[in-house]
Design a protein around this ligand. Structure first.
Ligand SMILES: NC(=O)c1ccc[n+]([C@@H]2O[C@H](COP(=O)([O-])OP(=O)(O)OC[C@H]3O[C@@H](n4cnc5c(N)ncnc54)[C@H](O)[C@@H]3O)[C@@H](O)[C@H]2O)c1
Ligand SMILES: [Zn+2]
Ligand SMILES: [Zn+2]
Length: 344
C-alpha cells in the first residue's frame, strides 16, 4: 500500500509499505478521508512538540474497518469488518496526575496519531487502538465525517466557555475552527453570532454556514462588546484586538495556536476591573463521542466547508494550498485515484 511519510523536518516522500497488521485491541482501517489542518504544517516544519520522524501524517480521519486485532470485542465494543468509523487521534498514558484527574489532553505522554510518534491516516490503511475508534451510521458520508475530529476540538472549546441563553458571541477567524465554533454558538445559547476574518472569501463560507454577522474588522460590527470572544486565528494582532471587545463579566478564549515564543499585550487592569475570564482549550477531551452525535444530527454544514480533495500523490499540493489560505477545508482521500475540486 502507499503512504505519505514525513521523513525528516521539511521533507516528505510517497512510499510503498506493507499493509500494517492490527495488534492486540487494535483495528485496521481502510482510509476514506483525512483532513489537512495547521497542525500538519507544524508537524512537517518540525515545530510540533515531540514529533518523531519518520511519521505518516494525518489525524482527522475516517474509514472502513477491514480487520480486527485480538481482543477488540472482548470488552464493551462490538466492531465488525465493514463498519464505517471516525478516529480520535489522541492517546494518553492513563496513569499520570492529569489522566487520573480527567485532563487526559494535558498528559505529558499525550500522543496524537499522525502528530507525535504514531503513524496517522495519510496512507491507504492504518491501525488505531480500538478505544479510539467510533462507529458511524452506515449512511453517514465518510468524506464529510472527517470534520468530526475538528468538531470534537470545538466541543471541548465550548466545554470551557459559559453556555448562557442570550449571549452575544464574536469569533475571530473563519477557517475550519472558527466556522465550527461559530456554528456551535447557537447550540450553546447565543442570541447573535458574529465572525471576523481579513479574508473575504472566508466570510462567504461563513454566510453559507448560517453565521449572521460577518466583518473584515470588528469596528464595523453592530455592537462594541460581546459576552464571549473566541480567537480562532492564533494571530497576535487578532488576539490583542479580540481582548478589547470582551464585555464586563465576559470570556475570552485562546482557541487559535499562537507561535510558542510570542507574547500578546492586554490590560491586566481591565481583566481585574471587568472580571474578564481568559480560558484556553487544547484538542479533544471527552468530546469525541458527542462530536459524532452532533455531526450525525446535522449540527454543522459540512457540505459548505470542504472544498478540495487530493490523492496521496498530490499531498504536497494540498499542504501548499493550505498554507496559501485558498479553498476551504482540504482533505486527502488515500484510496481515490483523482484529486477533485468540490467547491470552486
Ligand atoms: N485549541 C485547539 O484545540 C485547536 C484545535 C485545532 C486547531 N487549532 C488552531 O485554531 C486556529 C484556526 O485553525 P483553522 O484550521 O481554522 O485555520 P485556518 O488557517 O483555516 O483559519 C484561520 C483564519 O484566520 C484568519 N485570520 C488570520 N489572521 C487574522 C486576523 N488578524 N484577523 C482576522 N482573521 C484573521 C485567516 O484569514 C483564516 O481564514 C489555528 O491556530 C489552529 O492551530 C486549535
Ligand atoms: Zn487538525
Ligand atoms: Zn497521562
Amino acid at each position: 500500500m502507499r503512504a505519505v511519510v514525513f521523513t525528516a523536518e521539511g521533507e516528505m516522500s510517497l512510499q510503498e509499505r506493507p499493509t500494517p497488521e492490527p495488534g492486540f485491541k487494535e483495528i485496521l482501517i481502510e482510509t476514506a478521508a483525512v483532513g489537512i489542518c495547521g497542525t500538519d504544517t507544524h508537524v512537517f516544519d518540525g515545530e510540533f512538540e515531540g514529533t518523531v520522524f519518520p511519521l505518516v501524517p494525518g489525524h482527522e480521519a475516517t474509514g472502513t474497518i477491514v480487520a480486527l486485532g485480538e481482543g477488540v470485542n472482548d470488552g464493551v465494543f462490538d466492531f465488525a469488518v465493514g463498519d464505517h468509523v471516525a478516529i480520535n487521534p489522541s492517546t494518553t498514558c492513563g496513569e499520570c496526575e492529569f489522566c487520573l484527574n480527567g485532563h487526559q489532553n494535558l498528559c505529558p505522554q499525550w500522543n496524537g496519531l499522525g502528530v507525535v510518534a504514531s503513524d496517522g491516516a495519510s496512507q491507504q490503511f492504518f491501525v488505531a487502538p480500538s478505544r479510539n475508534v467510533y462507529k458511524l451510521k452506515p449512511d453517514t458520508d465518510l468524506y464529510q465525517a472527517a470534520l468530526i475530529e475538528p468538531l470534537a476540538c470545538a466541543i471541548r472549546g465550548w466545554d470551557v466557555l459559559p453556555r448562557r441563553l442570550g449571549d452575544h458571541v464574536l469569533v475571530y477567524g473563519a477557517g475550519t475552527m472558527g466556522l465550527l465554533m461559530a456554528q456551535l454558538a447557537g447550540r450553546a445559547g447565543a442570541a447573535t453570532v458574529s465572525i471576523v476574518d481579513l479574508n473575504e472569501s472566508r466570510l462567504d463560507v461563513a454566510a453559507e454556514c448560517g453565521i449572521q454577522n460577518r466583518f473584515t474588522s470588528a469596528d464595523d460590527a453592530e455592537r462594541a462588546k460581546w459576552d464571549v470572544v473566541i480567537d480562532c486565528t492564533g494571530n497576535i494582532r487578532a488576539i490583542e484586538d479580540a481582548l478589547t471587545r470582551v464585555k464586563p463579566a465576559g470570556f475570552f478564549q485562546d482557541f487559535g495556536v499562537a507561535p510558542a515564543d510570542r507574547t500578546a499585550q492586554y490590560s491586566p487592569f481591565r481583566v481585574y476591573r471587568d472580571e474578564i475570564s481568559i480560558v484556553g482549550t487544547m484538542a479533544v477531551l471527552n468530546s469525541f463521542g458527542r462530536a459524532v452525535e452532533l455531526f450525525e444530527a446535522g449540527a454543522i454544514n459540512a457540505t459548505a466547508m470542504i472544498s478540495h480533495s487530493f490523492t496521496l500523490d498530490d499531498y504536497a499540493d494540498a499542504l501548499a494550498m493550505f498554507r496559501a489560505g485558498t479553498g476551504r477545508k482540504l482533505q486527502i482521500r488515500p484510496n481515490d485515484t483523482q484529486s477533485r475540486v468540490l467547491i470552486a
